[in-house]
Every structure is written in structure tokens, then in C-alpha cells.
Design a protein around this ligand. Structure first.
Ligand code: SAM
Ligand code: DTB
Ligand code: SF4
Length: 331
């Protein structure tokens, strides 16, 4: 899918918003280095030229297959290699998933995201996941799944089931990647993303910050995302959730202002994407989250659990939205 290096998209007022795919590392690092007020002003200006600045989209996550994963992702409590207390479970039954999806919808979510601790799905399991996708769509929710690497045939099967979004994160910069995962290559991830794009499924792709990477690595991760042939429709920015037993437990916690900068830069580079303030909200102050929304984050995970770790309860988020005058909903 070749696209010109510079395309434009019309904003609500009909003005052209440039979508660039040729960002240099220096340009991105220069954005990171701006005085915070200048960076936030640029991000908020881009944000409100495309989106209603007071609306935030809600997705809910469910782990449909927990733990026992053969991969060695250093952040992940579900890797079988680390003693984290997460027990390996079987793939959930379709009925149980549909009950959770109905609860998510009642809680205000518009998208239901199902995650599996697999390197890649087995074809038999994929059939069950397709039943889940069809059932969740039947409830009137958008669907997203994250199942690891996909073959061409598996990607096509998911597209045929009507899947709306596939989540597959690049996690960090290409340079830092080898410090975090050794059991699959950066290029494997890019290949899966290209398959998903070619199959006509919306792409959800972002990464994690706070893993001991440098600012240059954060810039590099966002550069890879922004310079994809098309920007991912959803860009989850996760703050590392430190889980005891994983190699990354005990990392220095990232300065919240640096997290806000990462969100702002993502917003400037990818003006029409939903930027999701993803994992890490449980221990984030309301004020830091408010700055993230000001920086252009316009999506969160709602509900008390991410995949295996806690997330703010619905009433805490409702109180936060009330304080900030934010409404839940799509663009
Ligand atoms: N196993 C599949 C895969 O890795 O592609 C799908 C599920 S995996 C848990 C989905 C994503 O969750 C990872 O790519 C990573 O970005 C994020 N994630 C996992 N553990 C995390 C943690 N402790 N903190 C923040 N994000 C995390
Ligand atoms: C994403 O970028 N973040 C979500 C979702 N995509 C699958 C996962 C966060 C997981 C946090 C750790 C856990 O709860 O296990
Ligand atoms: Fe497995 Fe995904 Fe966790 Fe990596 S992030 S260990 S692939 S569940």
C-alpha cells in the first residue's frame, strides 16, 4: 500500500492537516526538547484541529487466554519464564467472553479488546476467537484482538470474521528492542502489522515507555510508528506496569512529565490517530492524567483490570472525567 510521503486530511473546518511519514529522529527529539508549554500548545492545537478536545473514547480489555507464554518479553507478567504468580489458564469459553463484553458495554466502553498470551495463535483456537469476535460485534461493540504474530491465512480469517482492530505493539525503538525481547525480531512485528493493514483491518499499534530506555529510544519508537506507510488508527502508549518477578521490576519510574511529553509528541506526529493513555493509570495522579488529555490522549482502557494487572475502577474514572469536563465517547 504505497502512499505519498506527505498526505493531507481535512479537519472539521475543512483545512488541510498534513500527515507526514518522513519524520527524522532529530526533528522528533527537538519536539521532545521543547519547553513543556510550547510542546503542549502544539499538541493541543493539532488535537483540537481534528478531534473534540473534551471527548475520550473508552475501550475495555479482557484476557481471554492468560499466562504460560513461551516468549521472553522482559516487561510481561504472562511469560512462562518468570515467577510472577500469574497462573497459566486455558482459552476462555465464548459465553464467558460475551458476558464480560456485555458488562463492558454497560460500563460505557465502545470497543472490547481481547488479549491472548500467545506467540502466535493455533488455527483451532483462532476459530474460537472468531466466534468471540462475531458475538461481541453482535452486542454492538467494536472488536479488537491481540494474539501475537499472524500468518497471511490467519489474518484473512480474522478479517472475514469482521474484526475491526488488531493490536500488535512495536513496544520500543528498534535499537532498544534486543534489551527487551529476544524470542522474536522487530521485523517480525512489522511483518504482522503489514499483513493486518493489507487485510483491511484497522491497526492498533504503540509501545511501552518507562522500561529504562533513553529519550532517543522513545523518539525512535514514535518515529517508526509515524513513518509506517499509514499511521495506526489507534496508538496505545503504555507506561510500564512493574510486576514483581519480571526482569524490569525495580526500574526507575519514568518522570510523569516525560510520559506527558511522549503523549504530546505522538499526537503531533499522528494527528488523526486515537492516542490511548493505556497501561499505567492505576498509579498515575489525576493531575498527570489531565496533562495527558491536554497533550492529546483521547482514549483510555476502562474497567478495573487490564489483562492481569489493576486499572482504575469505573467510579474513579467517572469522577476524573467530571472534574475535567470530559465526556466519554468517540470523536
Ligand atoms: N501475546 C501477544 C503479543 O505480545 O503480541 C498479545 C498480548 S501482549 C500482553 C500485548 C501488549 O501488552 C504487549 O505488546 C505490551 O505492549 C503490553 N504489555 C504487556 N505487559 C505490560 C506491562 N507490564 N506494562 C505495560 N504494557 C504491557
Ligand atoms: C496495549 O497496548 N496495552 C494493553 C493492550 N494493548 C493489550 C495491555 C496492557 C497490559 C498491562 C499488563 C497486564 O495487565 O498484564
Ligand atoms: Fe507473551 Fe505477549 Fe507477554 Fe510477550 S507480551 S510474554 S508475547 S503475552
Amino acid at each position: 500500500m504505497n502512499q505519498p510521503a506527505t498526505e493531507t486530511m481535512r479537519d472539521a473546518q475543512g483545512a488541510a492537516v498534513p500527515l507526514r511519514h518522513d519524520w527524522s529522529r532529530d526533528e522528533i527529539e527537538a519536539l521532545f526538547a521543547l519547553p513543556l508549554n510550547d510542546l503542549l500548545f502544539r499538541a493541543q492545537s493539532v488535537h483540537r484541529s481534528v478531534f473534540d478536545p473534551n471527548r475520550v473514547q473508552l475501550s475495555t480489555l479482557l484476557s481471554i487466554k492468560t499466562g504460560g507464554c513461551p516468549e521472553d518479553c522482559a516487561y510481561c507478567p504472562q511469560s512462562a519464564r518468570y515467577k510472577t504468580g500469574v497462573e497459566a489458564e486455558r482459552l476462555l469459553a465464548v459465553d464467558a467472553v460475551l458476558e464480560a463484553a456485555a458488562r463492558a458495554k454497560a460500563g460505557g466502553a465502545t470497543r472490547f479488546c481481547m488479549g491472548a498470551a500467545w506467540r502466535s495463535p493455533r488455527d483451532r483456537d483462532l476459530e474460537t476467537v472468531c466466534e468471540m469476535i462475531e458475538g461481541v460485534k453482535g452486542l454492538g461493540l467494536e472488536t479488537c484482538v491481540t494474539l501475537g504474530m499472524l500468518s497471511d491465512a490467519q489474518t484473512k480469517r480474522l478479517a472475514d470474521a469482521g474484526l475491526d482492530y488488531y493490536n500488535h505493539n512495536i513496544d520500543t525503538s528498534e535499537e532498544y528492542y534486543g534489551e527487551i525481547i529476544t524470542t522474536r525480531e522487530y521485523q517480525d512485528r512489522l511483518d504482522t502489522l503489514e499483513r493486518v493493514r493489507e487485510a483491511g483491518i484497522h491497526v492498533c499499534c504503540g509501545g511501552i515507555v518507562g522500561m529504562g530506555e533513553s529519550r532517543g529510544d522513545r523518539a525512535g519508537m514514535l518515529q517508526t510508528l509515524a513513518n509506517l506507510p499509514r499511521h495506526p488508527e489507534s496508538v496505545p502508549i503504555n507506561l510500564l506496569v512493574q510486576v514483581e518477578g519480571t526482569p524490569l521490576h525495580g526500574q526507575d519510574v519514568l518522570d510523569p512529565i516525560e510520559f506527558v511529553r511522549s503523549i504530546a509528541v505522538a499526537r503531533i506526529l499522528m494527528p488523526v490517530s486515537f492516542v490511548r493513555l493505556s497501561a499505567g493509570r492505576e498509579h498515575m495522579s489525576d493531575e498527570a492524567q489531565a496533562l495527558c488529555f491536554h497533550a492529546g490522549a483521547n482514549s483510555i482502557f476502562c474497567g478495573p483490570r487490564l489483562l492481569t494487572t489493576p486499572n482504575p475502577a469505573r467510579d474513579r474514572d467517572a469522577a476524573l472525567f467530571e472534574r475535567l469536563g470530559i465526556e466519554a465517547g468517540g470523536a
